[in-house]
Every structure is written in structure tokens, then in C-alpha cells.
Design a protein around this ligand. Structure first.
Ligand code: ADQ
Length: 777
């Protein structure tokens, strides 16, 4: 480093000096030229002033020889000139005025040139230390050249001025060299040496295994080294993951195979077949895509929408080079696919294929907002929001399911006995469509929301079609056994089929569907929370929000009426009424991501939540304390985790919820084994997390008392409960969930598994209607 700096400084000194000297040399030349022209101009004007009187004298002399004294009075004082001399037409000196040493040095060249050409002629000469200009001016008599007048001008000033310019230049060069070298040395040290040192330090930390998750943010500060730093980030992440995997491997051996990790899931998928592109390849389908391209300023960037599903399914698809079919929803999605609407992902390390399906705004509105979210969502959640079923929405739902089926079948061409893993209530009809075209495919669908009892489901005018569509699957997964039972009850009630409660199957038209509970979870394998190095304190998190508090109660949800946000606010208000001691000590932070914002019931909920928060704050708030802080926005995963880590209580008060991942995320984030979870009994999570304080969200007093209890709970009890819940979540994480679903799908015995028409797919014809559909209300 030191010799590099020395070499750089020396090279700079040489370069700056050479460039400055060269530029000064040309500057001096130009200046000299100007000064000479000026001197010539002055000499020539002086000569021209004397010219008429000498021409007159020569004319009078008429060629007869005159003594020099005849001409002497004409020389006058020759101001500005050193000497003046008169020559006849043959170049013979007639008379002169000035110092003899100067006159003696007159060069004949200009005189002869002037006598020959009849024009002014000039020449610079010097003897010893004396410089002069010799300017010859022609003299005419009767139109003929009769002689020449030579004016000698002192040119020493030009030399003096040049010397001065060089002197100034020397100092200028010296100052420039010092400045340039100094600034460059500073810049080099700031922009090169410092980041290079940081890079080296990071590599060292990496080698020693001390690099943490915060390395990523530091990488952005290394401007010049950004591309290198980005690569470093990837290497850092891979190394951290490899280290974590190795550590987990060791833990896994210790835990006797009970722990699932991304690596184990990958190995599991590889071992059990599913490695080849042709046999047992895995195809995932979801409405939301795992990678989305959007515009940020002038750049197109790839973002990963926050979703637990990506974490769970990606290791599977990576392991077998699978295909994920999803709706393209990013503004730049179309620009980033090939002619078959495919792209390889993850962009940094392509391992599987993402196939994008394009939906029109009308389809989005009817299929997604309409049938899925205004119809099926409230139908399956007992939250007292009335489902809305419109024929137009149902048509769009069928059409979009066909569109996805078509795309999926195209992707499956050439794959023998593929595995298809469909996600959620957006695609109830897809399993039947796939199975009809590809009986050799093993099809599973996971229903992420609750399945209500048959009476509740019976509201849906198209319940039979939905159930028939689902029964096309070989395996249907729900979060908890209750939802499985509700589903089989509904099958019994709605369709002609044979259900078997012992084996949890439904047989219809010779095809058997198995129904099982797979409680979904988070990507927690025990290593995640250890990676966090620095996390802000509660005070640091609250200060920017304009409040102070000793303790925090946290809610994290999509702004959805099933999550019981209003009920939770009412319970918090009751806590402040009943236990005033908590006032000015406890703040409730509600993070609520805007969701389905085009649907009226969601807009109404947002208003309700906002006005409730405003009421509580105006009733109890003080100058330094806000009882409730509402952050109605999508936060990054890291931001949410920071809140999890400081929250004394996490409040999950869903009125009905398939599972609820927030509860499990909170537990996974509590590496300090502290914190209390208050959990609604109507969540799937409540079946597993018995160490939470289980509440009925409709019982406002009960929830308020649970909050009070949680806030007052002894540290030892908090810790014991948290340790048990962490162990459970770690052992039942999302990797185990994916492995169980795919493992069961692989083990199922499938009858009539011959492909219907070989492996070539004829597209499902999507009907195009003539009449435009009615817009959803
Ligand atoms: P959701 O109804 O979306 O999922 P949930 O399981 O709680 O509910 O997952 C929400 C996710 O969004 C969590 O990962 C949470 O961290 C995140 N989130 C919420 N608010 C956020 C915010 N403001 N900023 C950033 N992230 C936020 C459906 C079912 C659930 C089921 C899951 C998975 O309704 O019952 O558990 O699918 O199957």
C-alpha cells in the first residue's frame, strides 16, 4: 500500500510538471509573439513618422553626395528608438544617430530586403546581453526607391518579461503539484484505501466467521467498489449460509433428525427423485410471484415480495430445477421475460424457471378482488363480513384458472409424472383441470385459509364446482385437522362421493383424494435469530414516532377485518381504563400493511381503525406519550423483526385465521427467549402454541386482562413459555411443512396414472365472451 502511494505521488509530480511546463512553454511563445508584434508596430510607426522628411531631403539632394550633417537635424530625438540610420538606394550608410555600438551591429539583411522589395522589413537580433529590433522602412523619390531608414528598437523588455513568466510558472507548478498531490492523496485514501481496507477487513472477518447480517448495509457505502462489494455480499451470504448450514447440521445430528433446514429439504427432494427435468419435476403455482421486476428511478430492479411461501418452496424448486407459474404483477415484468414468458431465477444465481401469466385489469378485478377476496375469503372466515358472489366474478375465476392450467400444462410438456403443488383459494378449479389433462401428474393443493363448516360454505352458489375442482387433486392440505374435517363434511353434503374418515380420503369417480393437516410455519431453524448483531432499542424505535414508553404491545397484520384489529384496540382501551397504572408506561404499536385496497370493506376497516386510534389517543394521550402508534404501511422484514425483538407482548387477535404466521415470526425473532404471545383461539396457530396466552378476541375484557397478565408476568414464566414455543416452532418449521406435503404426495398410490394424451398438451380453450362483464361493485 505504502509503495503504491509513493509511486502514485511520484507519477503525479512528474505528470503535473511536464504538462505545466509544456503549457507554459507555449504560453510564453504566444506572449513573446505578441510583444514582438507590438514592438514592430511601434518601430514601423516611428519610421513612418520620419519617412516624409527624409524622402524630401533625398529628393533635394538629387543624388549628389551630401555630408551626414545634412541629414542629422532630421533624426530629431528619435523617442523610443535606440538608433536611427539612413541608407541610400545602394545600401550605403548616409547618416546615423545613436550609440556607435548599436549602429555598428546593424544587420544588412533587412536593409537589402527593403531596398529590393520596397516594403518594411524587420529582424530581431542580439549581441551579448542586448536584444534589439531592426526595422527598415523604404524611402521613395519620384516613385523610385531612393533609400531606406533603419530604426533600432530595444527588445530587452521582451526577454525580461519572458523570464518573469517562467519565474511565475515555476511557483505555479510548485503550488499545483502540492495541491494536486495532496488532494489526490486524500481522495485515494478516502475512495480507494479506505474501502479497500474495509473490504480486506470484511474478508478477514468472513474468514474468521465473524461476518454478520449487517455486512449487507455496509456494502452500499463503498461507492467505487460497489460492484465488487455486491459480489462480496453474495459471497458473504453464501458463506454465512454455508456456516449456518454446517452449524445446523451439527445441531441436527444432536437433535436426532427432528430439525428441518433448507439444505435438508433440498437434499430430501434430490434423494427422493425429482432431480431430473423429465421425471418427477416439481411445478408450483401461486397467484403471487416470487420475483417481481419494478422500476426504481431509471433502473429496473428485481424485488422479492415478502412471503413465507417463497422461503418454503424455493429450496424445493432449486433442488430439482422446477418451474413456478405465477401472475406477473410488476411494472417491468413483461420486459424481463423471454418469448415464452419465462425467466430464470433467482436472477443472481438462476436455479429454476419462473413462468409468468398475464392477467388483464378486468380479470384482476373480477377473479382476484371479486371472487377470491370478496367471495371466498369472507366465506371461509367466520368474521361476520358477508361474502359477495357475482356471476361475472365466477366466470372470471373459471377463466383465470383455465389460463393458469393452460400455462402449467405447457410447462409440463415432456415431463413424466410431474409433481404439481398449487397454492391457495385462488385456484380451486385448477387441480381438476390438470388431472383431466395429465392423469400421470401428482397434484397437491394447499388451502391457506380456514375451511368453514358445510352450512357456512353452503352460501356459495358454486360450491359443488369448487369442491369438484379441488377433488381433482391427489392431496389437499389444510393447516389444522378441524379444517380437514369441515372439508370432508362439506364434500359429504355437496357431492356424490365416498369419504373415509379413518384414512381422511374422498373417492369420486374412481379418483381418491387424501386430505391432511400440514401446519405451515416460518423459516426458523434455530440459527436465524443468532445472526442479528445490532438491533435498535425500544427508545430508538419509539423516538421517531413521537412517543416515549417503557413497554410496548405489538400488532403486525395486513389491514384485514379477519385480524381483529378494531377488537384489539378496544381491548387496549379497556386495559388503560381498568389498569391506569399502565398509562404513560405502555404504548401499543400497530403495524398494518395496506391490503386489497380496492375492496369497500377494506376501505371501511381502515377508516374504523384510524378513528379508533385517534379516539384512544385523544382520550388518554399526554405530551410525551401516545397510547397507540399506527404504522399503516408495508415494512421490510428487518423492520418488522426489530419490533418483534423489543415487544413485551405480541398481540394476535384474529377473529378467524388459517394459521397466522405473525405469532410464529414473533417467537422465532425472540432469540433472547423473552416476550409474551397473546393468541386468539380462532387461529390455526393456537392449536400448536399452547404456551401463548390464549384469548377469545370477541371478549374485550378477557383480552385486556390477558394483556395485563402478560405485562405483569414474571421473567421466569415468560422465559419458560418462550423456550417451549421456540423449540416447537423450530422443530415444526416451514421446511418440514414443504417436506411433509411433498413427501406425502410422493408416497400416495395413484390409480389410472397414464397420461391422457401422451405428454403433449393441447391447450385448454379459454372462452372469449362477446358481452363485456359488469364491473365489480
Ligand atoms: P395472511 O392472512 O397474510 O396469510 P399471516 O399468516 O399472518 O396472514 O401472514 C402475514 C405476513 O405478512 C407475515 O409474514 C407478516 O410478517 C407480514 N406482514 C404483516 N403486516 C406487515 C407489514 N405491515 N409489513 C410487512 N410485513 C407484514 C394467509 C392466511 C394465514 C396463513 C398464511 C400462510 O390467512 O392464516 O398463516 O396465509 O399460510
Amino acid at each position: 500500500m505504502r509503495s503504491f502511494r509513493l509511486q502514485l505521488i511520484l507519477s503525479l509530480v512528474v505528470c503535473v510538471t511536464v504538462v505545466s511546463l509544456a503549457s507554459t512553454y507555449f504560453e510564453v511563445l504566444a506572449h513573446k509573439h505578441i510583444l514582438r508584434l507590438e514592438l514592430e508596430r511601434r518601430a514601423s510607426s516611428f519610421g513612418e513618422v520620419l519617412q516624409p522628411s527624409f524622402e524630401q531631403a533625398l529628393a533635394t539632394a538629387q543624388g549628389s553626395e551630401q555630408s551626414p550633417s545634412y541629414y542629422t537635424p532630421l533624426f530629431g530625438r528619435h523617442d523610443g528608438a535606440v538608433a536611427v540610420a539612413l541608407y541610400d538606394a545602394q545600401g550605403k550608410l548616409l547618416a546615423a544617430s545613436g550609440p556607435a555600438s548599436v549602429l555598428y551591429a546593424i544587420h544588412p539583411g533587412p536593409i537589402q530586403s527593403t531596398l529590393k522589395r520596397g516594403t518594411n522589413s524587420a529582424q530581431f537580433s542580439h549581441t551579448g546581453s542586448f536584444d534589439w529590433l531592426e526595422e527598415a522602412v523604404p524611402l521613395h523619390v519620384n516613385g523610385n526607391i531612393a533609400g531606406a531608414l533603419v530604426v533600432m528598437q530595444d527588445a530587452n523588455a521582451i526577454r525580461a518579461e519572458n523570464a518573469m513568466v517562467w519565474r511565475h510558472t515555476f511557483w505555479r507548478i510548485a503550488v499545483s503539484v502540492v495541491l494536486i498531490v495532496g488532494i489526490t492523496a486524500l481522495m485515494v485514501s478516502w475512495f480507494l484505501m479506505r474501502p479497500a481496507k474495509q473490504l480486506a477487513e470484511r474478508l478477514r472477518r468472513l474468514r474468521l466467521g465473524h461476518a454478520g447480517a449487517d455486512e449487507r448495509t455496509h456494502g452500499r457505502e463503498m461507492s467505487l467498489f460497489t460492484p465488487l462489494a455486491r459480489e462480496m455480499e453474495t459471497i458473504t451470504e453464501s458463506l454465512i449460509e454455508a456456516r449456518a448450514a454446517a452449524a445446523t447440521e451439527a445441531r441436527l445430528r444432536d437433535a436426532g433428525e427432528s430439525l428441518w433446514t433448507a439444505e435438508r429439504l433440498t437434499a430430501h427432494v434430490r434423494q427422493r427423485g425429482g432431480t431430473g427435468k423429465d421425471v418427477g419435476r416439481i411445478f408450483a403455482v401461486s397467484n403471487r410471484e416470487p420475483y417481481m421486476h419494478v422500476r426504481q428511478g431509471k433502473e429496473t430492479v428485481c424485488v422479492v415480495p415478502p412471503s413465507g411461501l417463497v422461503t418454503a418452496i424455493e429450496p424445493v424448486l432449486r433442488a430439482c430445477d422446477g418451474v413456478w407459474v405465477a401472475s406477473g404483477s410488476g411494472s417491468e415484468d413483461r420486459a424481463t421475460v423471454d418469448e415464452f414468458d419465462r425467466l430464470r431465477v433467482p436472477p443472481d444465481d438462476p436455479r429454476y424457471t419462473l413462468r409468468r401469466v398475464w392477467l388483464t385489469p378486468e380479470e384482476e378485478s373480477h377473479y382476484y378482488d371479486g371472487f377470491a377476496n370478496e367471495g371466498l375469503w369472507p366465506l371461509c372466515h367466520i368474521a361476520h363480513t358477508r361474502p359477495i358472489f357475482r356471476a361475472a366474478d365466477w366466470e372470471a375465476y373459471q377463466e383465470v384458472n383455465r389460463k393458469f392450467a393452460d400455462a402449467l400444462l405447457h410447462e409440463m410438456e415432456g415431463s413424466e409424472a410431474p409433481f404439481v403443488f398449487v397454492q391457495d383459494y385462488h385456484f380451486a378449479l385448477l387441480p381438476r383441470m390438470i388431472k383431466n389433462a395429465r392423469p400421470d401428474a401428482r397434484v397437491a393443493i394447499f388451502w391457506h385459509i380456514p375451511w368453514p363448516n358445510p352450512e357456512a360454505f353452503g352460501i356459495c352458489p358454486w360450491q359443488a364446482d369448487l369442491i369438484d375442482g379441488l377433488l381433482g387433486a391427489d392431496l389437499i392440505g389444510f393447516h389444522i385437522p378441524l379444517h380437514c374435517n369441515n372439508f370432508l363434511d362439506t364434500v359429504d353434503r355437496v357431492l356424490e362421493s365416498r369419504t373415509d374418515r379413518e384414512h381422511m380420503t374422498a373417492r369420486r369417480g374412481g379418483h381418491v383424494t387424501t386430505v391432511r393437516a400440514y401446519p405451515i410455519s416460518v423459516a426458523f431453524d434455530g440459527s436465524n435469530s443468532d445472526r442479528v448483531t445490532a438491533s435498535p432499542t425500544l427508545d430508538e424505535l419509539l423516538r421517531p414516532l413521537g412517543t416515549q414508553a417503557e413497554r410496548v404491545i405489538l400488532g403486525v397484520d395486513r389491514m384485514d377485518y379477519t385480524k381483529g384489529i378494531v377488537e384489539r384496540l378496544m381491548a387496549f382501551e379497556r386495559l388503560l381504563e381498568e389498569h391506569p397504572w399502565h398509562r404513560e408506561r405502555v404504548t401499543m404499536v400497530q403495524i398494518a400493511a395496506p391490503s386489497r385496497t380496492r375492496i369497500p370493506s377494506y376501505i371501511e376497516l381502515t377508516h374504523q381503525v384510524e378513528s379508533r386510534v385517534a379516539e384512544i389517543n385523544s382520550r388518554f394521550g399526554t405530551q410525551n406519550w401516545k397510547p397507540v402508534v399506527l404504522m399503516a404501511r408495508q415494512c421490510s422484514h428487518e423492520e418488522v423483526s426489530q419490533w418483534y425483538r423489543v415487544a413485551d407482548l405480541c398481540l394476535v387477535t384474529s377473529l378467524h385465521d388459517g394459521m397466522n404466521l405473525v405469532a410464529k415470526e414473533y417467537i422465532a425473532a425472540r432469540g433472547d427467549e423473552d416476550g409474551v404471545l397473546i393468541l386468539s383461539k380462532f387461529t390455526g396457530a393456537a392449536v400448536e402454541l399452547r404456551d401463548a396466552l390464549i384469548v377469545n378476541p370477541y371478549d374485550i375484557d378477557g383480552v385486556a386482562e390477558a394483556m395485563h397478565r402478560g405485562l405483569e408476568m414474571e421473567h421466569m414464566e415468560r422465559r419458560q413459555r418462550m423456550v417451549r414455543m421456540r423449540r416447537h416452532v423450530m422443530e415444526h418449521n416451514v421446511y418440514r411443512w414443504a417436506a411433509s406435503v411433498l413427501g406425502d404426495l410422493r408416497e400416495l398410490h395413484i390409480e389410472n396414472a397414464e397420461p391422457a394424451s401422451g405428454l403433449k398438451h393441447e391447450p385448454i380453450v379459454v372462452r372469449v365472451r362477446d358481452e363485456p362483464r359488469r364491473k365489480s361493485a
